[in-house]
Design a protein around this ligand. Structure first.
Ligand code: 48F
Length: 257
């Protein structure tokens, strides 16, 4: 006989046991798009305690839909290895371009991150940062359902030694810090804003722009180009994967000091 109350208790007990482990983290990531997922995997593989907070029900960000809803992505020679190493089937279509099924990409990015030990909390929105001792030390989070309903309910807070803004085009965490805490340490002294499409430049700069922009806060993926002021690049995803890898390397270096 199945006891409904046992089902309820097993869900809530397991969730809160796991959530409790992630009130203190080595690394907390806002946004489970391709950049955040790759970063989480590399950091978890190195043994860091990593939590990703994703506003939506389905993690994966803008990768599911490929280009204009055709579920195919393109990656270039420099980054195809990032897909191959997690078992995504890629097709060499010549001149250094490779295609892959976007649904397979997201599924395997997710599965690889989780297998490496990263913990994903979906339906959780990062709405502020924990700012103490002149440093970003964590995220202030709320239920996405509360956010959507527009309810006046106070959030709760988690701590992390390093925080990553991987929220994509909107650079949500950086916007909050820039507005409420202080100017970002960027050349523009703030958020320069994303520029119009140019994959050639966008793909290169997204890796170069991956950096710490405020003590304790790093940027990766499309957020990096939005903050620093570089072009978008559409459904070519190599730069997202390489930016996720880069931010993991930078944080590993910083936390090992
Ligand atoms: O947008 P998204 O996929 O960011 P990304 O990893 O990749 C960008 C590409 O998808 C594409 C592109 C490539 O050429 O330009 O756009 O940089 O994923 C960002 C994730 O962050 C979540 C959002 O739901 C999405 O899944 N997100 C955004 N704001 C918040 C958030 C927030 N405040 N709290 C939690 N999650």
């Amino acid at each position: 006989m199945i006891d409904d109350i046992k089902v309820t208790r097993h869900i809530t007990e397991r969730y809160f046991k796991e959530f409790s482990k992630h009130t203190e983290n080595d690394v907390a990531i806002a946004g489970a798009g391709p950049a955040g997922l790759v970063a989480s995997r590399y950091l978890a593989e190195k043994g860091y305690n990593v939590a990703i907070f994703e506003r939506k029900l389905s993690p994966g960000g803008g990768m599911w839909g490929g280009g204009m809803g055709y579920p195919v992505v393109v990656v270039q020679e420099e980054s195809v290895q990032e897909l191959k190493k997690i078992g995504v089937k890629t097709t060499d279509v010549g001149d250094g371009y490779y295609t892959a099924d976007s649904i397979e990409c997201v599924s395997k990015l997710l599965s690889a991150a989780i297998d490496a030990g990263a913990r994903l909390f979906n339906l959780v929105t990062v709405e502020d940062v924990l700012y103490e001792y002149d440093k970003v030390n964590g995220f202030v989070i709320n239920s996405s359902a509360i956010e959507v309903a527009g309810l006046h309910v106070d959030p709760i807070t988690i701590r992390a030694k390093a925080c990553i803004d991987a929220t994509g085009h909107d650079a949500e965490v950086c916007n909050i810090v820039n507005r409420k805490v202080g100017s970002l340490e960027t050349d523009s002294g703030g958020i320069a804003g994303e520029k119009s499409m140019c994959a050639e430049i966008g793909e290169k700069t997204v890796v170069e722009n991956t950096q710490e922009v405020f003590p304790g806060l790093w940027i990766t993926g499309m957020c990096a180009n939005a903050v620093i002021g570089a072009p978008r690049m559409g459904p070519i995803f190599g730069g997202m994967l390489l930016s996720g890898k880069r931010v993991a390397e930078l944080i590993d270096k910083k936390l090992s000091e």
